[in-house]
Structure formats: C-alpha cells, structure tokens
Design a protein around this ligand. Structure first.
Ligand SMILES: [Zn+2]
Length: 330
C-alpha cells in the first residue's frame, strides 16, 4: 500500500515525521469528497471512524466487496494533529497551538501554519468537504451535522447523513480561522460533524458516525451498490433560534441523569447539583424547555455559568444567540 503524505516535518532531536492520508478511487479524477479528522488530537471518535472508513473504501477499491463500486475519488485525513493523537492532546504538542484556529495557514510559515496550508491545498479541490470533531473533555455531543451560515445546497445535503440532528450555527468571529471557514472561500459544500466527547472513544457514537458516512457515500453516488437498511430515520433540522443552553447557576458537582439523544418535556429532570465538600444536594436541575438533548456535561466540576445541557427545540427557544454559542467546542 502506497501511503501519500500531507506534509513531512523534521524535529530537533528525533526522526522526521509525516502526516499520512488516504487517497482512494480513480486517481485521474478530481476528488469528490475530502474527509478530515483529528485536527484536535484528543478527539478520537473521528480519527477511528475515518481509519475504519478508509479500510472499507480500500476493500471496495480492491474488489474485495464485489457487489460495491467506488465511483469517485475520496481523500481521508484521519489524524491531522498526528503528534497530538499520540499524546492525547487537543493542541499541537510543541507550541500548544490549536490547529483549528490557524487557517488558512501559511506556506513556509511555522509548523502549524504549514500544516494548515497543506491541508487546505489538499482538500480545497474536493466538492464535498467534511471536518469531524468531538466536543471538548467536558461535554458529550449527540452525533450531529453542524452548519455555519450555510447555503441551500448545504442545508439539503446535510440531511443525507441521516444523523438525528442538523444544527445551524451563526458565523462567529472566534471561528473565522477554522478549517470549515477557510473551505467556504473555495465553494463546494462544507460540513462539520460532531460526535461524542474528547479524550475517549465512544463506540456507540462511532457506529452512528460510520453509518452516517456510508449513507452519505451511497446517497451522493460515490459508492454504488450499497443496500442500506431503510429504517425510519428520525431526522430533525434546527435553525438558529432553536437551541437552548441550560447553564449552571452555581458551582458544585453535577451528576447528570440524562443522555444525549433523549427527547424531554419542559420541567423534566436533567441532573443533580451537589456541594463538593459537604455532599449536600444543592439543587435538582430541570429543563425549562422541551426538545432534543444534544449536549450533556460529563465532567462534573462546575463553576457558575458553565454549560450543563444544550437542548434543541422545535420552536424558537427564546435563548439569545450568544448563549447558544456557549461552549460549542469546535
Ligand atoms: Zn475539535
């Protein structure tokens, strides 16, 4: 197997190292799809799922799945922050820079700028581009499609993944240097997938993510011959005003009583807040709104104003945009 390299780097006192990627399908074609994960080295769900998807596509390409045909060229970069993955580090380990805050990067710049520029150069020609993330160490996310100021094509295509939630977000100044924002300058259709929590592998979310990507390959005609189980998909599209962030009113230990993916009624119990020293129950936390629970706090140590849960609502949530942006972890 000939593995292409995104970038080769040297280090002061160790061997050179590479960022490898997969290039499958007809080489003479312009890539139809680029898949990226591991910009944050501790977000393992995407890294694992893209590696597994590359194995699947290679089997198809090599004829080991005679019922299937790979019609288009696909690029997969499972672990951009290749050193960070080895150390379970969100940021680039040498200088602690967040790789998803340096786009469009700079050819001939510092290491992280060169990585960003090389990744953009590799992926910008593909029509569909997907960047996969988990949340941070604190929050677990229901597998979902995130759209940032999308066009109508992206709104329609986002539903092809068959994930339970498609969530629109406003463009925020904080996120102008992300990969998905840099992609926007090159047209095409661009998506962020979010699934689970950083620092850990959640196999249930990985399975959902893998299935969603295979469904996407099928529905975009990139892989032919798949017969996917046509189970009733419960897909919901949530606009900008349909997100409600439940924030902590005081510090303490949060013990959640709910999983991402649950539909709740207004007034339902989300969890308990305890005093970390006395152990006293400080408060039962209830949701003020009904909807789909998409984000849940798993790391229990709380300060006032921390995000406990994010609930996607069927109507206008009444929450303002800044609160909606809280702790989004991309
Ligand atoms: Zn991330």
């Amino acid at each position: 197997m000939n593995t292409p390299t995104l970038l080769r780097m040297t280090a002061p006192l160790r061997d050179d190292f590479d960022i490898p990627y997969h290039d499958v399908g007809p080489v003479e074609r312009t890539p139809r799809l680029a898949l990226v994960a591991g910009l944050h080295g501790n977000e393992l769900n995407g890294v694992f799922v893209l590696a597994r998807l590359a194995a699947f596509l290679r089997d198809v390409e090599q004829g080991k799945r005679p019922d299937l045909r790979l019609r288009e060229r696909v690029l997969l970069v499972p672990a951009v922050n290749v050193l960070g993955v080895n150390l379970l580090s969100r940021v680039w380990p040498f200088d602690k820079i967040d790789l998803n805050r340096v786009f469009p990067g700079l050819e001939g710049g510092e290491t992280t700028q060169r990585i960003a520029a090389a990744l953009l150069r590799l992926t910008r020609g593909a029509y569909y581009r997907i960047d996969i993330h988990s949340s941070n160490l604190d929050i677990e996310e229901l597998p979902q499609v995130r759209l940032y100021a999308p066009n109508d094509d992206e709104r329609a295509t986002a539903c092809l993944f068959g994930l339970p939630a498609v969530i629109e977000r406003p463009l925020n100044k904080m996120f102008m240097a992300t990969l998905v924002h840099a992609w926007r300058a090159h047209g095409g259709e661009n998506f962020v997938l979010q699934a689970g929590r950083a620092g850990d592998l959640q196999s249930r979310h990985c399975e959902t993510l893998f299935r969603s990507l295979v469904a996407f390959l099928d529905r975009t005609g990139i892989v032919e011959g798949l017969t996917l189980a046509d189970d009733e998909e419960d897909l919901h599209y949530f606009g900008l005003r349909q997100s409600y962030a439940v924030l902590s009113e005081q510090a303490g230990f949060f013990v959640g009583r709910i999983d991402p993916g649950r539909w709740v009624q207004a007034g339902e119990l989300l969890g308990h807040l305890y005093d970390g020293f006395t152990g006293d129950l400080l408060k039962d936390v209830h949701t003020p709104v009904a909807g789909l629970v998409c984000s849940v706090r798993r790391q229990p140590l709380l300060f006032e104003g921390d995000l406990l849960c994010r609930i996607q609502t069927l109507d206008d949530s009444g929450n303002d945009v800044e609160v909606m942006l809280h702790g989004q972890g991309q």
